[in-house]
Design a binder for this molecule. Structure first.
Ligand code: NAD
Length: 417
């Protein structure tokens, strides 16, 4: 099955629906979880460097803010859609509930190709998009962060633009900012670091030692690149890494620092010296202990799930496994750690950044990392307990935990008016 045939929001709704069925969730809550609360579409002009004007389309979606302000990244990608943004917003709601941090879920996106734009064009696009969505975002109601195609510099432009409209600096409006303007230590690495915490706990559950464990990572960006590098420092043998241009494979283990330096210089891991070239499809089917899809959604589908030979699959990306693939993997004994648990490191440290901004009091990296480890370890234990007690896989267990917390919060708050 190709990515085009799978609608990520339908996939997110079917995951929520299956758990609501199992938990006998009343329609009054189920219907709210299966829709997004607020959806803003903006079409806005940007002056390009050659003097022409292009009109870009962007979104900001708030899925559910019952447990706290909406929170979620901003994606810049040429193929991003409204339904993909809705799905990502819904997964953020569930993720914050699994980690038990006081946030709802949101997501934003602009249909553009940042790789083909200059820095000045990106800055103008970002500032105009920030102004367009400023009717929704704010430190008390909706806090963006980086996602695919965006980075700390883009967060800085959003923070500056928002602050200019208010007349004073408001660092807490975005997270994932550069440290110099109120970013948190440890935020840049947080999602990759969180994947490593989870991979370690999952490996222990499977009786696998991280020392010498073989790892394949799809996606060499913020999440995948950092997870692969940290796993290598823990003694894992990272045998394959890929990005959108292709992948590299070395059964003896890749030199991770060398590979990431090479990607920085050339823009891709493909053609790295001392490794064989492989495709993304081949990487997903490699025999290994731990597979980390950390690129985009819908990568492990009904058509390739049976070929996955990894013992553990840690979802660094959001939505990389379709529900049909999930069943095949479960049947084949692959331990799948779902996105809403595995990649929560980013939103957890984003929460720390927001707290530090509100208090104007900053923590050292050790404090950030140890608090991150504690929250993720607790969440993993809670999800594992449900998985064992209710004889279900880790995704269903994570959804169960999240939906119970959300239903409870919705029920306590009641319906206005
Ligand atoms: P990124 O832009 O830094 O990196 C994405 C990587 O995936 C790049 O190496 C890119 O080349 C590669 N890629 C893109 N399309 C691909 C394809 N078709 N096949 C193989 N590789 C491909 O993005 P990121 O921030 O690392 O995000 C990756 C995933 O993790 C996304 O699903 C994102 O939503 C999720 N995520 C990110 C964060 C975060 O804090 N950055 C937090 C939680 C989840």
């Amino acid at each position: 099955m190709s990515t085009e045939t799978i609608n990520p929001f339908e996939m997110a709704v079917s995951q929520i629906d299956a758990v609501c069925d199992r938990l006998n969730v009343e329609d009054v809550y189920r219907l709210r979880l299966e829709k997004c609360e607020r959806e803003l579409i903006v079409n806005f002009p940007v002056k390009m460097d050659d003097g022409t004007v292009e009109v870009f389309t962007g979104f900001r979606i708030q899925h559910n803010d019952t447990r706290g302000p909406a929170k979620g990244g901003i994606r810049y990608h040429p193929d991003v859609t409204l339904d993909e943004t809705r799905a990502l917003a819904a997964w953020m709601t569930l993720k914050a509930a699994v980690a038990n941090i006081p946030y709802g879920g949101a997501k934003g996106a602009v249909i553009c190709n940042p790789k083909l734009m200059s820095q000045t064009e990106l800055e103008r696009l970002t500032r105009r998009y920030a102004a367009e969505i400023s009717i929704l975002i704010g430190p008390e109601n909706d806090i963006p962060a980086p996602d695919v195609g965006t980075n700390p510099q883009i967060m800085a432009w959003i923070m500056d633009t928002y602050s200019m409209t208010k007349g004073y600096s408001i660092p807490a409006v975005v997270t994932g900012k550069p440290i110099e303007i109120g970013g948190s230590k440890g935020r840049f690495e947080a999602t990759g670091r969180g994947c490593v915490i989870i991979a370690n706990l999952a490996a222990r559950q499977k009786g696998i030692s991280l020392e010498g464990a073989t790892v394949a990572v799809q996606g060499a960006g913020n999440v995948g690149g950092i997870a692969a590098k940290l796993l290598a420092t823990k003694g894992c043998r990272v045998i394959a890494v890929s990005d959108s241009k292709g992948g590299v494979y070395n059964p003896k283990g890749l030199d991770m620092q060398g590979l990431l330096d090479y990607k920085k210089q050339t823009g891709s891991v493909a053609a790295f010296n001392g490794a064989e070239t492989i495709t993304n499809a081949e990487l997903l089917a490699l025999p290994c202990d731990i597979l980390i899809p950390a690129a985009i959604e819908c990568q492990v589908t009904a058509s390739n799930a049976a070929q996955v030979k990894a013992r553990i699959l840690v979802e660094g990306a959001n939505g990389p496994t379709t529900p049909e693939a999930d069943e095949i993997l479960y049947h084949n004994g692959v331990l799948v750690i779902p996105d809403i648990l595995a990649n929560t490191g980013g939103v957890i440290v984003s929460y720390f950044e927001w707290v530090q901004n509100i208090e104007s009091f900053f923590w050292d990296e050790e404090e950030v990392n140890s608090k991150l480890e504690r929250i993720m370890t607790n969440a993993f234990a809670e999800v594992s307990e449900i998985s064992k007690a209710e004889k279900t896989d880790m995704r269903n267990a994570a959804h169960t935990l999240a939906i119970r917390r959300l239903v409870s919060a919705m029920s306590i708050r009641g319906i206005y008016p």
